[in-house]
Design a protein around this ligand. Structure first.
Ligand code: GCB
Length: 594
């Protein structure tokens, strides 16, 4: 799915700003047709942002159900005759949108874009009203899953993941144009052979019978290095300048649609990084060279905005990662804003790209913390309908992110149940689907500590092993000597069983910034640093470990739990991005590693 662009044939404008917002506490908006008129008793709300922390109002923060957004926009009269599209970069977790009285689109899933052709609905030159109902309910058939309980005080949402269920219009809303004959999709797959690069491309068009696709590839200085005609083909680049970790070199692929006129009908341009990704035994290769991931699991999370996209936080987070010497991160636990991947492409940061499939595991926490014992996979819980939604989430992730050179692995789930026949039956078709959609990238899922090598029954379906482990924290708590032995023993079992590259996608310790101790006491800054050092000693002894991504980049908001004080504190930075002692330790280590 192509991002909106300004080109000679296209124009876009963002509808970001202050919108009207109404909470639908009684759940009556859909039957009362709230889209037909200005929202009653509305407040102003920023878009993009999560709505939860904007108001000093628990009813908004903890709301379960529908909220309504509305704004007015004017379509420039010069857009008459163009195809006009309204696009939402995301609406968490599902939405229906109307322009004036007409429903234009609905979408399931909180972290991927959706759009509607509104050419016949809007009036160029006139004011039009857009209304969106956004729903935050998590069910057994949503990704991520959850369930709702009715209480005398109203509905309560439960879920199995460890971050706050922020909701709303989290990313940009665009109004944009294309010509009526237009480029609807572009797919590139790149290759390298010696000093020659290849760019295999495929262009899809709509309404373009009788027209011709022409593509041209230019280097970063703007010099043309290859061109071709036809909707698919392969471009070859002599003396190629590859995209590589630490150096986000991008070519520009300009796609043009030509009719009989003097100028192209449509023009779209795409940044292309020429690079290869491959798994070879226990090595992870980028451009044929072994790559070692160092970085973080992150969240889109900041004060007030919640999961609302913010340029300042985005750039600052990258700058802090660079300051530490990190070269990669995982989009735990959902696809991030496309601006993030564009930045990673330009700066040579390597990304593990994850679906929102987090919490498909009732075994975590459940019994101990008062949750009801229940099966993960059953007719009543995660079932075939959930699997369909999950499959669709994989499709939308790949469709959106397939052209980003920074993305090197598809992670199709975080810590699902993976030690039962039901889990294998659930994941086998999903792994196959991810591979079918994109044979050019390794596919993985993130394994939970409850399913070590001797219990796991799904890892053979995947190309890499991604492990989340909390030795020294959730197990061997406060006992780093035993933690070190246990971690190494577990790792050796994986090496023996699979011989695949192992990336540690999580390890770490909750740490209160400013809490210090001369002895190694959990929750102190010193303990976090000691735990990381212990874990790194083990990694350095095991060749198959090809990556270390600490949990987490920064402290973040969670739902209430008796082991969470104002959120999860495993950040190497605080929520407002101040470094804990561990940051300095990582900086010393990562600047030393090749
Ligand atoms: C995990 C999860 C992550 C949690 C983390 C923790 O395994 O993948 O979402 O936040 O542990 O801190 O418990």
């Amino acid at each position: 799915m192509l991002r909106p662009q300004d080109t000679v044939s296209r124009e876009r404008r963002s509808l970001n700003g202050l919108w009207q917002f109404s909470l639908d506490a009684e759940g009556v908006g859909r039957t009362e047709g709230w889209w037909n008129r200005p929202l009653a008793s509305a407040r102003e709300i920023p878009v993009p942002a999560s709505y939860n922390d904007i108001f000093a109002d628990a009813k908004v923060r903890d709301h379960v159900g529908d909220v309504w957004y509305q704004t007015q926009f004017r379509v420039p009269s010069r857009w008459a005759g163009e195809r006009i599209v309204l696009r939402f970069d995301s609406a968490t977790h599902r939405a229906v949108a109307w322009v004036d009285g007409t429903q234009i689109v609905e979408h399931e899933g909180g972290y991927t874009p959706f759009e509607a052709d509104v050419t016949d609905v809007v009036e160029p030159g006139a004011e039009n009203r857009v209304t969106v109902v956004v729903n935050n309910v998590l069910t057994w058939q949503s990704i991520p899953p959850g369930y709702v309980e009715e209480t005398p005080e109203g509905r309560r949402q439960f879920y199995f993941h460890d971050f706050f269920n922020y909701a709303g219009l989290h990313r940009t809303v665009w109004l944009y144009t294309t010509p009526t004959s237009y480029v609807s999709d572009v797919t590139v797959v790149t290759g390298l052979s010696g000093s020659t690069g290849t760019v295999n491309y495929r262009v899809e068009t709509v309404g373009a019978e009788g027209s011709e696709v022409r593509v041209a590839l230019r280097d970063a200085e703007g010099a043309e290095v290859a061109r071709a005609t036809g909707s698919s083909g392969e471009l070859s680049v002599e003396d190629v300048h590859p995209w590589r970790p630490g150096e986000g070199y991008l070519y520009d692929l300009t796609v043009e649609l030509w009719g009989t006129g003097e100028a192209p009908i449509d023009v779209y341009s795409l940044g292309v990084g020429v690079r290869t990704v491959q798994v070879d035994g226990a090595r992870f290769l980028i451009n044929g060279e072994p790559f070692y991931f160092r970085g973080f699991g992150k969240h889109e999370d900041s004060v007030v905005r919640g999961k609302g996209y913010d340029n300042a936080y985005m750039v600052h987070d990258f700058v802090l990662m660079e300051w530490l010497g990190a070269n990669s991160f995982r989009t735990s636990h959902y696809p991030y804003a496309e601006e993030v991947l564009d930045y990673a492409d330009r700066h040579g940061i390597v990304v593990i790209d994850e679906t929102p499939a987090v919490g498909l595991n009732t075994g975590i926490g459940g019994g101990i913390f008062g949750g009801k014992p229940m099966k993960t996979f059953s007719e009543e819980t995660v079932n075939a309908a959930t699997q369909d939604v999950h499959r669709q989430a994989i499709r939308e992730l790949v469709a959106r992110d397939k052209n980003h050179p920074s993305v090197v692995i598809w992670s199709i789930a975080n810590e699902p149940e993976s030690d039962t026949p039901e889990s294998r039956a659930y994941f086998e078709p999903l792994a196959a689907e991810a591979r079918r959609l994109d044979p050019s990238r390794p596919v993985g899922f993130v394994n939970v500590m409850l399913a070590p090598a001797d219990k796991d029954v799904v890892s053979d379906l995947f190309d890499v092993l991604m492990l989340n482990r909390y030795y020294g924290w959730y197990v061997n708590s406060g006992d780093l000597a035993n933690a070190e032995r246990a971690l190494e023993a577990e790792l050796q079992a994986w090496v023996k069983k699979h011989g695949k590259p192992i990336i540690f996608t999580e390890y770490g310790a909750d740490t209160i910034a400013g809490l210090h101790s001369v002895t190694p006491i959990p929750w102190t800054e010193e303990y976090q640093a000691d735990l990381l050092e212990m874990t790194h000693r083990v990694f350095d002894r095991v060749d198959a470990v090809v990556g270390e991504q600490i949990w987490a980049f920064a402290d973040f908001a969670t739902g209430f739990a008796i082991f969470r004080v104002d959120g999860n504190k495993k950040g190497v930075f605080t929520r407002d991005r101040r470094p804990k002692a561990a940051a300095h330790l990582l900086r010393r280590r990562w600047q030393r590693l090749p």
